[in-house]
Ligand binder design. Sequence first.
Ligand SMILES: [Zn+2]
Length: 193
Amino acid sequence: MAVCEQCGLAHRWNPLAPGAVARCVRCAAVVGRGHRFGFDAVLALTVTAAVAFLIAMGTAVIEVRLRGAAVAASIPEAVLIAWSEGQRLVALAVAVTAILAPALFIGLRLYVLLPLARGCLAPGFAICVRALHHATRWNMLQVFTIGALLSLVRLAGLADASPGPALFALGALTLLFAAIESAGLKHLWWHVR
Ligand SMILES: [Zn+2]
């Protein structure tokens, strides 16, 4: 079922052709859209996102050169440095927005999508899809990426700073997440039936 957000009328949900728009029969508000990405495309995007996430975690975000010495830190290293220097709130905020939330978002998607690709349901499917609905809302990687870019611009005025591979991976991840989110979650339920 799909419920109109404007007037509350319930409609029977049918799969839509890519690019098609379903409107409420009573008030003509948009109830659903036929997404351009099918199941296979979303799975491929999610696997790509997992690879980009590993690169973003394992390589340097920002490389700084000061008097000949180069310093580079990955995101997990930056979290540990901030924590050990007493900036616990910053460490926690970065750990949640840049590590935990994206890991949960990718992990849950893969957990749900991979068994579906083989035609079976992951245990706890319904709970996972609902958790994904919330994880999508709390995914604030864009905020972190912009923050990292801003500090890079600031640092560039003080020292010889350049973006590391992780920053490019984060940029790619932001776009991948937007593409995956645009496909919504309804197609998962449709794939089950
Ligand atoms: Zn309506």
